[in-house]
Each structure stands twice: as C-alpha cells, then as structure tokens.
Write a protein that binds this ligand. Structure first.
Ligand SMILES: *Cc1c(COP(=O)(O)O)cnc(C)c1O
Length: 350
C-alpha cells in the first residue's frame, strides 16, 4: 500500500533538478564566506524578501534563535504569540541560550492585535524587564496555517517601532502566505526588521533556512550562528538545492493550497470530526476529534489505510499538503477516511 504523507511539508523530497544542482555545485569554505553557491543563495534570498543581506542557517529554529540573540540582551522580554513556534516548539532556546524572558500573548487565530501588543510593552522602570523584541509568525503553524496580511503586519510593526522595538518575523512558510494572498512576498516583509523562512518545507529543499535583515543585523547573526555550532564549510552543496527551491518551487505552492481546500471540503461533515473550512488559508487542515472518537483512534484508522497524519495537540489532528502529495492521493484520503469514520459511527450505534 502506498503511503499518503500528510504529517508535514518537511517530508518533501528534493527534486531531480535539486539533485543535479547539488552534484554540480561550486563550493568553498563558507565560514570564511568563500562558498560561491552559498553567497549566491544569500544574495537571492535577501533580494526576494527585500532585505540588505541574508544568512543560510541549518534549520528554522537556529535562524529564529540567531535572530533573538542578535536583537536582544539577556534579561530582555520578547513578546510572542502563545501558540507560536518560537514559544512552544523551540525547546525554550530563548530562555536557555539567549537568556530572554518570553511574554506570550493569547489570540483566537494567531493574529496578535496591535492594542494587545501596545499594552504588553513595559514601562521603563527599575523593577521591569526591558521589552526587547516583538516576534510575529506568518503563516501561523499551530493555528492552522493562517496568514497575516500586509496591513496587519504593518500595524503590529508600527506599534513596536514607535516603542523602539525591532520586529522579527518567523516566516517559516512566508511564501505560502504570499502565494495564498497573491502578493509579492516583500509586501509581507517590508515592515519588519528581520525574517526567517524555511527552504526545507513546501519549497522542498533537503536542508536549510534563511535569516534576512540589514547588513549589520546579518553580521551579528553570523557570529551567533558560529557560536551555536552552525558555521558550515562546503555548504554550497546544500545551498544549490536552496536556489532551486526559491527559483522553481514558490509558485507551485498554490497547488498545495488547492489540495488542502479539497481535503478540508471532503472531510467536512463527516461523522466524529470537525473541520473549520474558514481556517484553511494555506496548506494545512486541522481536524478536531469529537468524542467518543479519540485522536489516537483517528490516527490509527488513517494509518491502517496508509495515510499518515500528525497528532500535534490534544483532540486535534493536523494534515499538511505539499509537493509529494498528489490530487489523486487527496481524493483517496477523503474517500478512505470517509469510509472509516462512517464504519466507526455505524459500529457505535449497533
Ligand atoms: C518549521 C517551523 C520553524 C523551524 O523549523 P525547523 O524544523 O527548525 O527548520 C519555525 N517556525 C515555524 C512556524 C515552523 O513551522
């Protein structure tokens, strides 16, 4: 039985053109900034997001941590959304490594409100931590791949900037946000001071993320990357795949979004799960299991049919569409999950 891999877009495999580019890549020692392919990727990425410079980092988590380290001092407070990746899924690296205190703010849909951010910025007072940074996330992973639009991003950045705070955007899936809203990605990055985005998710590169900002910021971040052990040598082999990711795989994210909508429409109305179609803006579908159906049972029913889904948070199952899930596989998943849940419902009443 073939597997339908819906756990994450991190499961995407490198394309044939990536494999060829990797084999042919011109390389050098990137710690000495002498890898021509890494340099080419960094220039391309900076230009695409409208920043002066960018840095190739081994993972998105390291990119976010380099940004926190480069923007803050130990003892600073960092304003984050409660379900943000930085706050929930990065092993408390900000606390452990950067020595910052996170100030999580709760939201309905992952979109911070400017007034809420304003209220969280500390007064200068001998008792208070200094508010040092605002972090945004676009698309918001745990809230279902929801997008911030340019106006929302600008309003949040304005509140921060008025208080002298820099703004870091965790844009792991910023190209999903841009494609979903039919925007140039620069409209989503133009008002922030730094942005991290992943090459290794929907864009299908095997490894790596980019951290972009001003030249001075990127120089500080480069030091932090070295400190964390992320200085790489002939990394052009990986950067070559990143260049393909950015030049060949951005526009096609629209297919993933169409597939997610198709999946959500197919699952909506099935017994024992709830899918909020209004939240399907990009490549994620969250299904809430309604008692007596448990998350574990739902995952097992899917797995029996060759469908892998992610049991991320309590009561909820995440399904992510990407380049290695076809429209036919989506149709199969809808049919197979539908049959499984209807059979479960029948068994429950008999
Ligand atoms: C995936 C992800 C990251 C970083 O991921 P790595 O697995 O460390 O590359 C950061 N933020 C968000 C929102 C993500 O989804």
């Amino acid at each position: 039985m073939a597997t339908v891999e819906l756990r994450s877009d991190t499961f995407t495999l490198p394309t044939d053109s990536m494999r060829r580019a990797m084999a042919a890549a011109e390389v050098g020692d990137d710690v000495w900034e002498e890898d021509p392919t890494v340099n080419r990727l960094q220039e391309l990425a900076a230009k695409m997001v409208g920043m002066e410079a960018s840095l190739f980092v081994p993972s998105g988590s390291m990119g976010n941590l380099c940004a926190v380290l480069a923007h803050t001092q130990p003892g600073d407070e960092v304003i984050v959304e409660l379900d943000s990746h930085i706050y929930t899924h990065e092993v408390a690296s900000g606390a452990v490594v950067a020595g910052v205190q996170m100030r999580p703010l709760d939201t309905l849909d992952g979109r911070l409100d400017p007034a809420q951010v304003q209220a969280a910025i500390r007064e200068p007072d001998i008792h208070n931590p200094r508010t040092g940074l605002l972090c945004l996330e676009n698309t918001h992973n745990l809230k279902g791949g929801i997008c911030l639009n340019p106006r929302q991003t600008e309003a949040l950045a304005e509140v921060a900037h008025r208080a002298g705070l820099p703004v870091h955007l965790d844009g792991a899936r910023i190209f999903n946000a841009a494609v979903a809203q039919a925007l140039d990605v620069r409209e989503l990055t133009g008002s922030v001071d730094s942005v991290m985005f992943c090459l290794s998710k929907g864009l299908s590169a095997p490894v790596g993320s980019m951290l972009a900002g001003t030249r001075a910021f990127v120089e500080r971040a480069r030091r932090m990357r070295k400190m964390l052990g992320g200085g790489m040598r002939q990394a052009g082999v990986l950067a070559a795949a990143g260049i393909c990711a950015l030049t060949e795989n951005v526009e096609r994210l629209a297919e993933d979004h169409a597939n997610a909508l198709e999946l959500a429409r197919g699952l909506q109305g099935l017994p024992a799960i709830a899918v909020d179609l209004g939240r399907v803006e990009t490549n994620m579908v969250y299904a809430h299991c309604l008692p007596p159906l448990t998350r574990e049972r739902f995952v097992a029913l899917c797995l029996e049919r060759g469908i892998k889904v992610d049991a991320s948070s309590p009561g909820t199952v995440r399904m992510v569409t990407h380049r290695n899930v076809s429209r036919q596989e989506i149709a199969y998943a809808v049919k197979a999950i539908g049959e499984a849940l209807r059979a479960e419902a029948l068994a429950a009443v008999s």
